[in-house]
Design a binder for this molecule. Structure first.
Ligand SMILES: NCc1[nH]cc(CCC(=O)O)c1CC(=O)O
Ligand SMILES: [Mg+2]
Length: 307
């Protein structure tokens, strides 16, 4: 009766990986229970999770090496993997909310989230121009939200302006506003073969030691038109979720990332923890910290647990 926070399936957004081809369901070694799906099987899985009450999915593409290049040109191909996938999902299940990732790393041969010069320096403004084209191509395909996970400065305002100018006034922006340069993304980068080929993402993702900086980042994205702001990762950043929640009335999302998922799976496989209880406790802690929405690879398992 006096419980203050209750995790529900409505809080969950399910990140899903799509790959080219047919009849593909390839498990991600470092993320047991997570798969790269080809579109035909992805649609079946989405129908299943929608039935379980999951109302929103976040899509991530697995792009073959031979389609990657230094400028991520496939990212804004109107007939690209993500664009085709969004169209097919909205045709099959129009009610499910489809959130697309806006960042160049799955599409660049170097694996960085943006364009880089010969010294490996990220080129913020030229990258924003490409991200705008990417977001427009996703909106044209039917995405409900575009989710810039790149951390370039000014990309939220530029994307908002471009979406509105092209008439996509109802396409929302889920901004990865406080995204840290985290080692917890390892398994995800395995899934997409997208680890940076040189250097790291510390020049554009945040320093894990900083909290006030997150408040500056969300302030900028809110002023630029973000509809939802995100803190990422989640479990080691509950204090950031809490500070951010107190600083805004916008919905706050938390991303329970691949490394957090993999750790629980590994400990559970060793028989060292009660997996279901640890999953529920971890996600409830994110809600307690202030998360209104949680992107989590546990979404389907939790939906089944909460039935
Ligand atoms: N920019 C791409 C992106 N979008 C989501 C994640 C990580 C998600 C996860 O680890 O679950 C990443 C990887 C990265 O920034 O390197
Ligand atoms: Mg920013």
């Amino acid at each position: 009766m006096v419980r203050e926070n209750t995790l529900t399936v409505n809080d969950l957004i399910y990140p899903m990986f799509v790959t080219e081809g047919k009849a593909q369901k390839v498990e991600i070694t470092s993320m047991p229970g997570c798969y790269r799906y080809s579109l035909d099987l992805l649609l079946k899985e989405i129908a299943e999770v929608f039935e379980l009450g999951i109302n929103a999915i976040a899509l991530f593409p697995v792009i073959p090496e031979n389609k990657k290049d230094d400028t991520g040109t496939q990212s804004y191909n109107p007939d690209g993997l993500i664009q085709q996938t969004v169209k097919a999902i909205k045709q099959a299940i129009p009610e499910i909310v489809v959130i697309t990732d806006v960042a160049l790393d799955p599409f660049t041969s170097h694996g960085h989230d943006g364009l880089v010069d010969e010294n490996g320096t990220i080129l913020n403004d030229p990258t924003v121009e490409v991200l705008v084209k990417m977001a427009l191509s996703q909106a044209a395909a039917g995405a409900d939200f575009v989710a810039p996970s790149d951390m370039m400065d000014g990309r939220i305002g530029a994307i908002r302006q471009a979406l509105d100018a092209e008439g996509y006034i109802n396409v929302g922006i889920l901004a990865y506003s406080a995204k840290y340069a985290s080692a917890y993304y390892g398994p995800f980068r395995d899934a997409l073969d997208s680890a940076p080929k040189f250097g790291d993402k510390k020049t554009y993702q945040m320093d894990a030691a900083n909290a006030k900086e997150a408040l500056k980042e969300i302030e900028l994205d809110i002023a630029e038109g973000a509809d939802i702001i995100m803190v990422k990762p989640a479990l080691a950043y509950l204090d950031i979720i809490c500070r951010v929640k107190s600083a805004t009335n916008l919905p706050v999302a938390a991303y329970n990332v691949s490394g957090e998922y993999a750790m629980i799976k590994a400990a559970a496989q060793m028989g060292w923890i009660d997996e279901k209880q640890v999953i529920l406790e971890s996600l409830t802690s994110m809600k307690r910290a202030g998360a209104d929405l949680i992107l989590t690879y546990f979404a389907k398992e939790v939906a089944l647990m909460l039935m």
